[in-house]
Design a protein around this ligand. Structure first.
Ligand SMILES: [Fe+2]
Length: 320
């Protein structure tokens, strides 16, 4: 793990350096005599355990090594200046020095292992979801990449907003699973090319709610379920199933709407040929303020064609 990658990590690093500095200052300034000062000095010395321990939690093994080294260096200077005559006290100091490394490195190693295991669980979840949506895409579109492309397009748009990492991840899962409710739509309705009857439309229009019911049961997808529920809501209130309007529609769903239409018009389908990025942009701009949130359209226009093209190449359709 790199030590100084993001703003948050730099802030944490500054805090930890401050804590180390204050601890060192207190240790150097507090006299060791009379006895009650000496006792306080010994207690405050224990604060030196904190920087390697916190660094282990925040920055992993490399962080723990860096701060164990820093604290050891400060501690060595102080000990050398006040080197005790008693062998027992000398042994205590050396033991304390070794403890900084144990306190930093053991939790760092355990936490690293935990991160690795959590990463494996996250990968297993991701692969399971991808298999599910690939199967759904194959059934409806005869291709298996639609949902993955839509997730990537949606995330290009979320990238233009300053959103927390968790929200971006939740929006991505929602985009990936948006049509999971179509599992309850029978083939003769889902695959019908000509116009649907009123009754068939009613069946089709239930899929966001059915999808919401499926996804919200999974704890880590609870936020994503909101996007699934709202992925056919339009900015002007003309969508379904709840007829939400404007900001009442979750941001992720508003961004997804643009991404979904973009993928639909730029992909070859049995009933239409793919249009160019330029033409798709024109179609999307035309529906700003009616079908789409103007902010979502602006986000779309702020992303370069090359980025969309890169996603299209990475998730190219393989016709079954
Ligand atoms: Fe849908």
């Amino acid at each position: 793990m790199t030590l100084l990658t993001e703003k948050g990590e730099r802030k944490r690093m500054a805090l930890l350096l401050l804590l180390t500095g204050v601890t060192a200052l207190m240790h150097f300034m507090l006299p060791t005599e009379p006895l009650y000062y000496h006792e306080m000095h010994i207690v405050l010395r224990k604060l030196f355990y904190l920087p390697p321990l916190i660094a282990a939690a925040w920055f992993g093994v490399r962080g723990a090594i860096s701060f164990a080294f820093l604290v050891s260096a400060i501690f060595c200077v102080h000990s050398a200046l006040n080197w005790p005559g008693s062998l027992m006290e000398q042994a205590t100091l050396i033991g304390e020095l070794a403890s900084f490394w144990v306190v930093g490195l053991v939790p760092a190693w355990l936490l690293e292992r935990q991160r690795l295991l959590l990463g494996e669980v996250a990968n297993a979840n991701e692969e399971t979801l991808l298999s599910l949506v690939s199967a759904l895409d194959l059934r409806e579109h005869s291709t298996r990449m639609h949902s993955q492309r839509v997730r990537e397009y949606t995330q290009l748009l979320t990238g233009t907003f300053d959103l927390p990492e968790k929200e971006v991840r939740d929006i991505g899962f929602g985009a990936l699973l948006h049509d999971v409710g179509k599992i309850a739509v029978p083939d003769h309705v889902l695959l019908k090319r000509e116009g649907l009857s009123g009754e068939e439309w009613a069946v089709m229009r239930r899929h966001p709610e059915v999808g919401y019911g499926i996804v919200k049961r999974i704890t880590f997808l609870r936020e994503a379920a909101e996007l699934v529920y709202a992925h056919h809501e339009c900015w002007d209130g003309s969508g379904y199933p709840r007829g939400l309007r404007g900001d009442a529609i979750p941001l992720g769903a508003r961004l997804f709407m643009v991404a979904d239409v973009y993928d639909a018009v730029t992909s070859d389908r049995p009933y239409h040929s793919a249009v160019t990025h330029r033409e798709a942009s024109r179609l999307i701009r035309e529906k700003s303020g009616s079908h789409f949130d103007p902010a979502a359209v602006e986000a779309f226009l702020n992303v370069g064609e090359k980025e969309f093209e890169a996603v299209r190449q990475r998730y190219r359709d393989e016709v079954a």
